[in-house]
Design a protein around this ligand. Structure first.
Ligand code: FES
Length: 199
């Protein structure tokens, strides 16, 4: 089974686009930081909240890694209906399926680990030794897992995370990928680094 609407070319395009975040005059690139909000590297490292426009993000795509809040890489994923339908179908494989280990704000402690079911916001650092996990959305056997349901794979030491960033049992990473504080300023703009008064 494939992941349907996922367009690998466009996905890679969006990932590549993040390397030119803030660059003026790039035609046709989904620049995620708002035009009027172009934070300096110092601002990002200091942990100031950032605003990211996800209006062009399509189901099955990832925006990131964005080196953004607290100078950490941010992943924003728009999950497909198929991804959501199977998300909690085999939770026995997970070490912390109910997200009890405080790796997310209270408003993301739910069965999708998100405010909106389809949009997942994560810090893209493996909770083992901080490598960058790879986005592996395809629901088909992988060389690291014959029963892969899509998610994130860390090639450094083989940790696996599901499509909500929840860690598998029996891998080196001890906990789920972290969800940063965030809220929606509008239908398409996410503010990362603040809770918007709802935490
Ligand atoms: S850093 Fe990811 S498995 Fe070790």
């Amino acid at each position: 089974m494939s992941d349907g609407s996922v367009n690998p070319g466009r996905r890679n395009f969006l990932i590549g686009a993040t390397t030119v975040v803030g660059t003026a005059g790039v035609v046709g690139v989904a620049v995620p930081f708002l035009g009027s909000f172009n934070p300096s590297a110092r601002t990002l490292a200091a942990g100031a909240p950032i605003k990211i426009d996800i209006g062009k993000l399509q189901p099955g795509e990832i925006l990131g890694p964005l080196r953004a809040w607290r100078d950490k890489p941010i992943f924003i994923i728009k999950r497909t209906e198929e991804m959501l339908a199977i998300l909690n179908s085999r939770n026995e494989r997970l070490a912390d399926p109910d997200s009890d280990r405080l790796q997310q704000p209270d408003y993301a402690k739910n069965d999708t680990r998100s405010i909106r079911p389809e949009v997942l916001v994560l810090i893209g650092l493996c909770t083992h030794l901080s490598c960058s996990p790879k986005f592996r959305p395809t629901i088909q056997p992988q060389d690291f897992d014959a029963n892969w349901l899509g998610g994130f794979y860390c090639p450094c030491h083989g940790s696996k995370f599901d499509m909500a960033g929840r860690v598998y049992s029996g891998v080196p990473a001890p906990s789920n990928l972290e969800v940063p504080p965030h809220y929606y300023e509008s239908d398409s703009v996410i503010v990362i680094g603040e809770d918007g008064g709802v935490a």
